[in-house]
Design a protein around this ligand. Sequence first.
Ligand SMILES: Cc1cc2nc3c(=O)[nH]c(=O)nc-3n(C[C@H](O)[C@H](O)[C@H](O)COP(=O)(O)O)c2cc1C
Length: 310
Amino acid sequence: MRYYLAPLEGVTTHIFRRVYHTCFPSMDKYFTPFFSPHSKRGFTAKEEAEILPENHRGMRLIPQILTNQAEGFLQTAEKLAYYGYDEVNLNLGCPSKTVVSKGRGSGFLAYPDELDRFLDEVFKGAKVRISIKTRIGKDDPGEFPRLLEIYNQYPLEELIIHPRLQTDYYKNVPDLDAFEEAVRKSRNPLCYNGDIRTVQDAEGIAARFPLAPACMIGRGMIANPGLLCEIRGTGAADRDAVRKFHDLLYEEYRRVNMGDRNVLFKMKEIWSYLGALFPGCEKQLKRIRKAEKADRYEEAVKECFDQRQE
Ligand SMILES: Cc1cc2nc3c(=O)[nH]c(=O)nc-3n(C[C@H](O)[C@H](O)[C@H](O)COP(=O)(O)O)c2cc1C
């Protein structure tokens, strides 16, 4: 089974990906959070940092594009090809209202005919390989068979399925029966995504879907960056490994001069997941959440690690 790091806008930044890659075993692929096409000739500095090859040495990085306009997709893919990317991913999964109301992300799934035309145009014009990250529908799982039929008409690099509806956001449980239907019917290689938080979750997916060659993990990797070591059977990440990862991440965010407030904002978001590794540290975790100054933050983090046994 291959394992990919899921894109999480604002969380799995180029800094997070690089620090993860330095501290833990390599994921088979890393995905950028989505790029929205725009009319500027190149990328903004912030966008460029997300794809610069020197920020991703030794990693297989797949840039993701969010749009429902074939022309914008093709132009962005071409700009990415200039940086050496021969594969891009189309986001058909984002459930956020602002995206969905414009018929993008999982909002595009409600317009299958338009989606089919879009893919036709994109596959006729693209010089790079294309994968898709999709949900199983907008409002109803009954939408999925038609979507699969559409995807089957195109030679996708892979079809990554997060088997929830747009209306689920991240609630409810992934619909494994829908994924099973994809395993039966998809002509494209599949990747499963959703709610893998433990070795048992990963083993459950691998056992039920032995024909699916890949799994993508998001929140589970942020909550436990040693999860892949556990899945691969090389042992859990000990306290020192997680500390080293944390300290490097913090240092790298501080190095980019975004100001203490923004650094703390980024780190607190990481802790909203990572806190799960620190049972019994509720007081310290609360102090991390409340910290407004770097020294307060650092003190609370130190206490968290000191209190963790191994
Ligand atoms: C805060 C947040 C930001 C996300 N940003 C993106 C994104 O930019 N592109 C994307 O395809 N999915 C995005 N996702 C969805 C994740 O990639 C993934 O599909 C989802 O979290 C389910 O997988 P998991 O249970 O392993 O986390 C985001 C999810 C969260 C919670």
